[in-house]
Structures are given as C-alpha cells and as structure tokens.
Design a protein around this ligand. Structure first.
Ligand code: MRU
Length: 368
C-alpha cells in the first residue's frame, strides 16, 4: 500500500544488504514514519515482543524472516540446534496469533529439505519471501471474495455510504500488504463504492486510533474514530451496516480470538441483527482446536500499557502520561474469544464460509 504516494510493504530484505531485514516501526506511527533494521534473530524477537511489528500476518512473516536471520547466524557446528533454539525463542514472544508457530514450523520444515548449510540458508531466504508474498496474495483474495458483501449493501442504500465498523488493526500494517479486514474495504473504495469506516480506538495500545486511522487516511478511505465503547450505541441507531474484524487464531469450529473487545462488538452486532464478518488467511486457523474459550492461549501484557497513554504533544514531542493513580493495579489481557455462534461468516483466501466445522471444511476439505 502507499505511504505518501510511495508503495511499501511492512517487511522486506534490505536492498544491497540482504543480511538485514527491514520493517516499518509501528510503535512510532502515526507520528513518525520510520524504518527499523533487524540484523539478528534476537532483533526479530524483540521487534515482535515490543510490537515494532504486530498483527497476526506480520508476526508470522517476521518470524519467517527471523528464521532466515537465524540461518545466517547459526554456526557450522550445531547448525540444527541453533535453528531449533531460534524457533523456540520466536514462538515464545507472543502466544495468541496462530501465524507465529505456523511460520516457524514451515521454515524449519523447508530448511530440513536442504542437504548443506549453504543450501539451507538459500532455502530460508526463499521460504521467508514466499511466506510474505503469500500473505499479501491471500489478503488480496480476501478482498476479492468479500467485496460483493459490501456492494450488496450499497445497492440497498443508493448514494449513501456503507458504514463498516472495525476493531483494532487488521489492515495492511497487520500483514505484509493489503490487510484482512481492510481488504474488502479497499477493494470497494477502489471500485467507487462509497464506504465509511467506524474505527474503534482499541485500548490500551490504540491500534485503531494510531494505525487503522493512519492507513485508511493514507488510502483516502473516509473514516471516523470512535471510543471503544461507542459501537453498541451506533448499532442501535442504524449507523452500522456491517462489522468486519480480523483474527489472531480461529479454531476448527469457528471460534475467533481477536483483539480484546471484539466479543463485546459481536454481542452488540448479534443483538442488533448486524452481520459480523471475520476475515483471515488460512495461516490463522488452528484446525485442531475445538473450544476457543478454553483452549486458545490469551496473552496478558504489562499493566503499564493500561496505566499510561502515549501520544504527541502540541509541540510535536512524543510523550507518555499516566492516567490513573500511581498505586492503581492493572491487568491487561490482549485478546478475547468470540464464540462461532456470534459470527455471521468467515472470509478466507479460498472464499466465504459459515463459522462452523462443516463450513470451514467445505473450504479446506484436505483437513477432513
Ligand atoms: O496485539 P496486536 O496488535 O498484534 O493484535 C493483533 C490485531 O491487530 C488484531 O487482533 C487483529 O484484528 C488481528 S491481526 C490481523
């Protein structure tokens, strides 16, 4: 997608020095657009943990490039052990998004087919690039499949914008390009269908306010920032036509782990008979799980993320301020699980299906 008119992805190999991986530093957005170098697997782990890179798809791609960096670092003696170790370190950075372990395992499997260290390094480079390219392609295809859902609503309300509510950032910043929840929105906007997006601020890290608002603005998509708790009120007043969110892990029966607060949006959408769609590439499925609430690991992050808010002052300085009494304790769960029964349909690169075991298997028959 474009940033100030220039096309970018969220992760790539540094031109002229392919021992370095470059990423857009998402901790600095929307105030500063900065590229960060990752030169080691330790850098990759740190970038995932501190959310320099974030979002399920990009976490997966970053882990893949992290494994490529690990292959460059690994000593000739103990090469295999070093790769296994790097894989474990990457997997331990953040627990909820399925894409992370999926990418590490895919990299290890691919490298395992090489017969020499140099061949394994070449495979690692190729496979990381392939994972990134696939991620972008899958998101694009999600847009193609889901745009008709938006155009069908547009037909029912001529000359008015289709109002779409989204939570957190499942945009191109959360993937390698295009995004999952945003793919149909960009496709509709580019096709001339009037759309307007309600952007949940998404406390405590404010990915909606900082990232979704920024990327929609860069693409010229009309949008409005709303407080996290406003969605139900807007739905009751007919101001939301559909909800589209992303996902960090989806079970084989369609339960969805996504950014904390998604469950409440789904309840409100259900109560108001508003369709609730979840867009995800296949790398986000955890086909073996059946009970999302009791089996998906939910990341708990530092309470400081709740107690402090970062922003830019009128003078242009980035600052962090505390918003509660000094001694107030805080707990900070990063995700929640929306039961499948509250989800209208899932949108994947293979098409659209019901959020049920049968629905998912109709798109992924090889998982039967
Ligand atoms: O904590 P984050 O920012 O990595 O959370 C991920 C998300 O942005 C959302 O949960 C998103 O909807 C799914 S990621 C495509």
């Amino acid at each position: 997608m474009n940033v100030n008119g220039h096309p970018y992805r969220t992760i790539w190999l540094k031109p002229g020095d392919e021992r370095i991986v470059q990423v857009i530093n998402q901790v600095r957005l929307p105030h500063i657009f900065e590229i960060t170098d990752l030169a080691s697997v330790e850098d990759a782990c740190h970038a995932i943990r501190d959310m320099t890179v974030r979002g399920a798809g990009l976490i997966g791609a970053s882990a893949a490039y992290g494994m490529y960096l690990a292959s460059l670092e690994a000593p000739e003696s103990g090469f295999e052990d070093a790769l296994q170790c790097a894989g474990e370190a990457l997997k331990a950075t953040r627990p909820t998004a399925a894409n992370l372990a999926w990418a590490v395992n895919r990299m290890l499997g691919a490298m395992g087919t090489g017969t020499s260290h140099s061949e394994r390094r070449a495979i690692a480079r190729r496979e990381a690039i392939a994972i990134a390219d696939e991620d972008a392609d899958h998101c694009r295809r999600i847009g193609v499949h889901a745009m008709p859902l938006i155009s069908a609503i547009a037909l029912r309300k001529p000359r008015q914008a289709v109002n779409i509510l989204t939570h957190c950032n499942a945009g191109w910043l959360a993937f390698v390009d295009v995004g999952s929840a945003t793919a149909p929105i960009y496709a509709a906007h580019d096709a001339g269908i009037p759309v307007h997006v309600w952007v949940d601020e998404t406390r405590p890290r404010n990915q909606g306010a900082s990232l979704t608002a920024w990327e929609l603005g860069q693409h010229g998509v009309p949008h409005t920032l709303i407080a996290d708790n406003a969605g139900g009120h807007l739905m009751q007043h007919g101001l939301v036509d559909m909800v589209i969110t992303g996902a960090d892990r989806v079970t084989g029966n369609g339960d969805v782990a996504n950014k904390i607060g998604t469950y409440l949006k789904a309840l409100a959408a259900h109560d108001n008979r508003i369709p609730m769609y979840v867009a995800l590439p296949s790398s986000t499925f955890d086909f073996g799980l059946r009970d999302g609430v009791n089996s998906i690991p939910i990341e708990e992050r530092d309470g400081a993320e709740l107690r402090y808010v970062a922003g830019v002052t009128e003078q242009g300085d980035i600052a962090s301020v505390r918003i509660c009494p000094q001694a107030t304790p805080a707990r900070n769960w990063g995700f929640d699980v929306t039961p499948a029964r509250l989800i209208t349909q899932l949108i994947c690169e293979r098409g659209i299906c019901d959020a049920t075991q049968d629905g998912i298997l109709s798109l992924f028959p090889e998982r039967r």
